[in-house]
Ligand binder design. Structure first.
Ligand code: CA
Length: 229
């Protein structure tokens, strides 16, 4: 099997050495960069399969690096996992809004690190065949994205266009966290919400209408929402 290549961007050498060791032990090939500037050069030349990006870097910070990567046609498809310190929720939101694929909060265990890396790599492969099935089925929840119909345990439920849009966006990618801005951008109906607050209001109503499935729409504090796997 071909080893998947990870570019690890971390300025603290102890942490970098440990992460590199653990990822290599899991069978990945790991390249490293100590700065954002260096990372961008390596990313363009070597096109890694995934990038692990520390946010707090000297010089260009991780958010700037992510922005450049996601705006460059050559590197925009490479999945990026941001590595942040606890309490930097606003950085997580900014990172996801500019296209980062996931985040992981320091300190993390080796198990969490490798699980996230594998999940994002798997996700990336799924993305190549996007949403062929127009009907999403999750246990008793059935969403027909073409006829705009939804039922819970066989019972039809009426949703507004916006509520429907939010549900489809979240349910198509169970486990992914989306910021409010990403949710707003994904639904461009006539009555689409224009503020973070109105997304919250829509989610409250959506949860109520979904009854027993309502708690599948999970609030990720300080970041946004996700559909529980
Ligand atoms: Ca750092």
């Amino acid at each position: 099997m071909v080893k998947e290549r990870i570019l690890l961007i971390e300025d603290e050498e102890d942490i970098m050495t440990l992460m590199k060791y653990n990822l290599e032990r899991e069978g990945f090939r790991v390249e490293t960069a100590l700065s954002g500037e260096m990372a961008l050069r390596i990313a363009r030349e070597n096109l890694p399969d995934l990038i692990l990006l520390d946010i707090m870097l000297p010089g260009m910070d991780g958010l700037d690096v992510c922005r450049v990567l996601k705006n460059d046609k050559i590197t925009m498809r490479i999945p990026v996992i941001m590595v942040t310190a606890r309490g930097e929720d606003s950085d997580i939101v900014s990172g996801l809004d500019i296209g980062a694929d996931d985040y992981i909060v320091k300190p993390f265990s080796t198990k969490v690190l490798t699980a996230r890396v594998k999940a994002v790599l798997r996700r990336d492969r799924y993305d190549d065949v996007p949403f062929k099935d127009p009907v999403i089925r999750i246990e008793g929840l059935e969403i027909d994205t073409i006829r705009h119909r939804i039922s819970v345990n066989g019972e039809k439920i009426d949703l507004t266009a916006t509520e429907f849009g939010i549900l489809v966006h979240l349910a198509r990618r169970p486990g992914w966290v989306f910021t409010r801005t990403q949710i707003i951008n994904s639904i461009k109906g006539d009555d689409y919400p224009v503020t973070d607050r109105s997304v919250d209001v829509q989610v409250v109503s959506l949860r109520r209408k979904l009854g027993g499935f309502g708690d599948r729409i999970e609030t990720v504090r300080g970041v946004g929402y996700r559909f529980k796997e």
